[in-house]
Design a protein around this ligand. Structure first.
Ligand code: C2G
Length: 129
């Protein structure tokens, strides 16, 4: 099978996350990089609700996932792709174009997001209820 990598925070894991991972796994053996809390904080200006070791354990338990690792810092995706000998990088299309520069290491594919569900809207819905 081809070796597939994807990266994501997967905070407050929801069905949009699941569908993305299941579709990514149709390309081959799926390994997932989950950013450490400080990296999420730096990128999103909000600390994730669930800490990285919880987010990793949830993703690790999925049938469609072959392996999980912590993404330890910014700018390391190229190194991780090489380390894992990835054939393919799959990302949601909210990142379309953003990782094209890694196309010399492996194929880069963007998959459509599931509409109308996100961690942010979930947090807002809970806050408003
Ligand atoms: N996703 C999706 N549909 C949604 C919500 C999310 O397909 N309704 C996908 C995203 O496109 C992403 C994955 O699920 O591929 C994880 O989403 P996030 O946890 O929001 O991940 P993100 O913070 O975008 O992490 O450096 C890149 C980041 O690590 C990507």
């Amino acid at each position: 099978p081809r070796r597939v990598l994807t990266f994501g925070t997967f905070d407050l894991f929801h069905v949009g996350h699941l569908l993305l991972l299941e579709r990514a796994a149709t390309y081959g053996e799926l390994v997932v990089g989950v950013p450490v809390d400080d990296l999420v904080l730096a990128k999103k200006e909000r600390r994730p609700v669930f800490p990285d070791h919880h987010r990793v354990e949830i993703v690790r338990a999925l049938r469609c996932v072959s392996g999980v690792f912590l993404e330890e810092g910014p700018g390391l995706k190229r190194r991780y792709l090489l380390e894992h000998r990835a054939d393919l990088l799959v990302m949601g299309d909210d990142w379309a174009g953003h990782f094209d520069e890694l196309g010399d290491v492996c194929e880069v594919v963007y998959l459509p997001r599931t509409p109308s569900i996100s961690t942010t809207t979930t947090i807002e819905a809970i806050a408003a209820s």
